[in-house]
Design a protein around this ligand. Sequence first.
Ligand SMILES: Nc1ncnc2c1ncn2[C@@H]1O[C@H](COP(=O)(O)OP(=O)(O)O)[C@@H](O)[C@H]1O
Ligand SMILES: [Mg+2]
Length: 141
Amino acid sequence: MNQMEVSFSATLDNENFARTTVGAFLTPLNPTIDEIIEMKTIVSEAVSNAIIHGYNNNPECHVVIKMEIEDRLVRLVIQDYGKGIENLEQVKTPFYTTAKDLEHAGMGITIIETLADSLEIESVINIGTKLIITKRLKDHG
Ligand SMILES: Nc1ncnc2c1ncn2[C@@H]1O[C@H](COP(=O)(O)OP(=O)(O)O)[C@@H](O)[C@H]1O
Ligand SMILES: [Mg+2]
């Protein structure tokens, strides 16, 4: 088992830090380019949701990423202590969004669910939101 944990300020300036960190932690497993892109896309969607929806872009708040790798099974937890999801039953529905501007198509959670092997969402209003994501990397070589 290999494990890491990072905590960073809730600003979109840190989205690339989060993507790159998760990508770097996978490197010893020699993932395919597609696997790296998929994992980074998952991280982008989850982290941007935590920052924008969870924290309203308040950089005094923190997003936490925990990652565990056992054999080739990756377990990723992306967590905020923000406002929580109002409508937990609807959030996995494509195009569901509470942000009514063009940049929010309501596809982030759907994309995560498509790219991951499993997605569990735990959320409590005014306590925060935790996404638990698993993805098994292909065996090769
Ligand atoms: N970490 C979070 N904290 C609070 N609300 C969230 C969080 N993640 C998602 N949501 C809610 O779920 C909705 C759907 O998220 P998503 O599928 O990524 O679409 P979008 O970000 O385009 O609105 C968001 O509009 C928001 O209401
Ligand atoms: Mg989103």
